[in-house]
Design a protein around this ligand. Structure first.
Ligand SMILES: CC(C)(COP(=O)(O)OP(=O)(O)OC[C@H]1O[C@@H](n2cnc3c(N)ncnc32)[C@H](O)[C@@H]1OP(=O)(O)O)[C@@H](O)C(=O)NCCC(=O)NCCS
Length: 180
């Protein structure tokens, strides 16, 4: 499945043949990603990335989650996902990362805008949620730029290797997005 973002960025569901590119981008950006994401130590070789892709295909088939590769000029630049889709309450929980080669160009803001449009228009979701560590300013700028509301903070909401971080919760409702 593919969602076109603009003339040079697209979101494509990851396939097993993306395993090498996914591992290379992850490994190259390990330090930058490890600061904010909890799973880096579990990705040590291409086969770990392949297992992740296979698991993400299962989740997609079960409609529990949707994980897309972000492709910029055809190259894998990172991922964006509905980490969880709560169908009962029609909520999409969004997560994302970019390889350090691709940051600072507005790629993720446009990718999130596309995923939110897809979630509201095609999946009939009602609410999008993004949680960022309070000190992760680069990540917080994304929902802020897109007009999400900061709804509150959760103390010690996530364990990152050797410490807890607080989370800021951002929400967007379908009716407010439609106004934009
Ligand atoms: C979070 C993360 C994806 C943000 O990446 P990013 O490159 O800052 O985000 P975007 O692709 O939307 O780019 C926006 C930045 O590019 C700048 N930019 C430069 N040229 C631009 C252009 N042509 N259009 C738009 N923005 C541009 C913007 O000013 C902005 O920088 P700022 O936040 O300092 O204002 C990235 O830092 C990352 O992967 N971090 C590690 C993993 C992580 O934290 N994940 C989120 C967990 S909640």
């Amino acid at each position: 499945m593919e969602l076109q973002v603009n003339d040079w960025i697209s979101l494509k569901t990851l396939e097993p043949l993306d395993d090498e590119a996914l591992f290379l981008e992850t490994d190259k950006s390990r330090n930058h990603l490890r600061k904010w994401l909890p799973w880096l130590d579990g990705i040590q070789n291409v086969s770990d990335s392949r297992q992740f892709i296979e698991y993400s295909i299962q989740l997609h088939d079960q409609r529990k989650a949707m994980i897309f590769g972000i492709f910029a000029d055809g190259q894998l630049a990172g991922t964006i996902s509905f980490n969880q889709i709560d169908w009962q309450n029609r909520i999409g929980h969004i997560g994302y990362w970019l390889s350090s080669t691709y940051t600072g160009q507005g790629i993720m803001t446009e990718a999130v805008r596309r995923l939110v449009n897809y979630g509201f228009d095609d999946l009939a979701l009602n609410r999008m949620e993004i949680r960022c560590a309070t000190e992760n300013n680069k990540s917080r700028h994304i929902p802020e730029r897109l007009g999400f509301t900061e709804e509150g903070q959760v103390r010690e909401g996530e364990w990152l290797y050797d410490h807890f971080v607080d989370h800021a919760i951002y929400g967007m409702l379908s009716r407010d997005w439609a106004d934009k």
